[in-house]
Ligand binder design. Structure first.
Ligand code: PLP
Length: 385
C-alpha cells in the first residue's frame, strides 16, 4: 500500500458489526442472516466486515459482482457467498471456479453454469431469482418451474434456493411487500406441484427483516442494518450501532475579518470576525459539494460547527466562530460522521439534509480515504487500507 500522509480516515468498529449481526440473528431466528457486503461493504471495507459478520453469526455473505466475491475468497474467506445478480458468461465460469453461489434467471446462464461446473468436475449451487414486482432483475414467476427444472436436471448443479427482492419494504404500511411475498410463495408452491422443493426461500432485506416478520423465511439478506443503520422508519425492532466514523485533522486555521467570504463562488460571507479551519476532505472523497448549502456541520472540539462555503475537491472549510468561542488549532480532530464527546453526526442526518438515503452517504465515501479497523472487543486490531 502507498503510504498515506493526509490526516483523514474512516474508522470501522468491528465490534459494532458483530453486535449488530448478533442482535439481528436473535430477532430473525430461526431464519439465518446473510451479510450483504457488496460495494466494499457499503464502503466500510468488505473483508473486515465479512469476517466480523461471520463472527457475529452470519451464515452467508452476499456481493453484487464476481470480482467482489473473488476478493473475499482471496482473503481466505470460505463461507458461502451469494452473487445477487447473474454475471456475464465469463463471470459465471469464474464464479463456479471460485465456489461463489450463482443467482440465475435466464436459461442461458443456467446452461453456462452447468457447462462450467461439468468441465471443472465440481457441484455448483445455483439459486433462482424471481422478479415479484421490483422489476430490476429476476425471471417472471411463470418461468420459475422451467428454470428450476433446468437447474435440478443438470448433473453438476444443485438447486439452492428460490428468492426475490422487495421494492418498498421500507414503507411498512405499503401492501406491495405482502403481495411480493405472496407471489414468491405461489411460485414455490408451483414448484412443489412439479415435484421440486426449493431447499431455501428468501426475500427480506434489512427493512423486510425488521418491518415484515413474515418475510424472514429461511434467510434475511441484511446490508444497511449490519452497518448499524435502520432503514427508515423501522427503528423500534432492534438497537443497532453505527460502525463507521469519518474523521480528519484540522490542517490550517486562519482568522478572517467580518465581511470576508469563503470558498468558490464566495457564497459564505462572514457576519463577524471568525476562525476558519480547513479540513482535508472534499467532494472527491464523498463529501457532497452541496452539503454546506444544505446546512452541513462538522464536530470540532466537541461542538457542531458549520461548513463554511462550497465543499471543494480535496478540502472543506469550517466556521469555528470568533476568537474565544472555543479552541481550534491545527491537528485538532474533526468528525464528519460519528461521535465527539456528547455530540454526534450520523449518516442519517446527512441523508436528511441532502434529500437522499444513508446508503448513498456511506457508499459515497471514496477509496482515497484509508479505512482503519478498530475493535472494542479485540484491542490491537490491525489498521487496513
Ligand atoms: C438483492 C439485495 N438483497 C439485499 C440487499 C440488502 O439491502 P439492505 O441494505 O436494505 O439490507 C440488497 C441491497 O441493495 C440487494 O440488492
Amino acid at each position: 500500500m502507498t503510504e498515506v500522509f493526509r490526516p483523514a480516515w474512516v474508522e470501522v468498529d468491528l465490534a459494532a458489526i458483530r453486535a449488530n449481526v448478533v442482535a439481528l440473528s436473535a430477532l430473525v431466528a430461526p431464519a439465518g442472516v446473510c451479510a450483504v457486503v457488496k460495494a466494499d461493504g457499503y464502503a466500510h471495507g468488505a473483508t473486515a466486515v465479512a469476517r466480523a459478520a461471520l463472527d457475529g453469526g452470519a451464515s452467508w455473505l452476499a456481493v453484487a459482482l464476481v470480482e467482489e466475491g473473488v476478493a473475499l475468497r482471496e482473503a481466505g474467506i470460505d463461507a458461502p457467498i451469494l452473487l445477487l445478480s447473474e454475471p456475464t458468461p465469463d463471470g459465471i465460469d469464474e464464479a463456479v471456479a471460485r465456489n461463489l453461489t450463482l443467482s440465475c434467471y435466464r436459461a442461458g446462464a443456467i446452461a453456462r453454469a452447468a457447462r462450467a461446473a461439468a468441465s471443472l468436475g465440481v457441484t455448483a449451487e445455483v439459486q433462482l431469482k424471481v422478479d415479484t414486482g421490483m422489476h430490476r432483475v429476476g425471471c417472471a414467476p411463470a418461468e420459475v418451474p422451467a428454470l428450476a427444472q433446468a437447474i435440478a436436471a443438470a448433473p453438476w448443479l444443485r438447486f439452492g434456493a428460490l428468492w426475490t427482492h422487495f421494492a418498498v419494504a421500507d414503507e411498512p404500511g405499503n401492501p406491495f411487500t405482502a403481495l411480493q411475498l405472496a407471489r414468491l410463495e405461489h411460485a414455490a408452491a408451483a414448484l412443489r406441484d412439479h415435484g421440486l422443493r426449493p431447499p431455501l426461500l428468501h426475500a427480506a432485506n434489512s427493512a423486510g427483516a425488521l418491518c415484515h416478520p413474515r418475510s424472514r423465511l429461511g434467510l434475511v439478506r441484511c446490508g444497511l442494518a449490519i452497518y448499524g443503520y435502520h432503514p427508515a422508519p423501522c427503528r423500534d425492532q432492534v438497537a443497532l450501532t453505527p460502525a463507521l466514523s469519518w474523521k480528519a485533522r484540522v490542517q490550517f486555521v486562519r482568522e478572517l475579518e467580518a465581511g470576508e467570504s469563503v470558498s468558490y463562488g464566495l457564497r459564505y460571507r462572514l457576519e463577524r470576525r471568525s476562525r476558519i479551519a480547513v479540513v482535508p476532505l472534499g467532494y472527491h472523497d464523498g463529501v457532497p459539494r452541496r452539503l454546506a448549502a444544505a446546512g452541513g456541520e462538522v464536530l470540532i472540539g466537541g461542538r457542531r460547527r458549520p461548513i463554511a462555503g462550497t465543499v471543494t475537491m480535496d478540502q472543506l472549510m469550517i466556521d469555528c466562530g470568533p476568537p474565544g468561542d472555543g479552541e481550534v488549532a491545527v491537528g485538532d480532530e474533526a468528525v464528519l460522521i460519528g461521535h465527539q464527546g456528547a455530540a454526534q453526526i450520523s449518516a442519517d442526518e446527512w441523508a436528511e439534509r441532502l434529500d437522499t438515503i444513508s446508503y448513498e452517504v456511506l457508499c459515497a465515501i471514496g477509496p482515497r480515504v484509508p479505512r482503519r479497523v478498530v475493535d472494542a472487543g479485540r484491542p490491537g486490531a490491525a489498521a487496513v487500507d
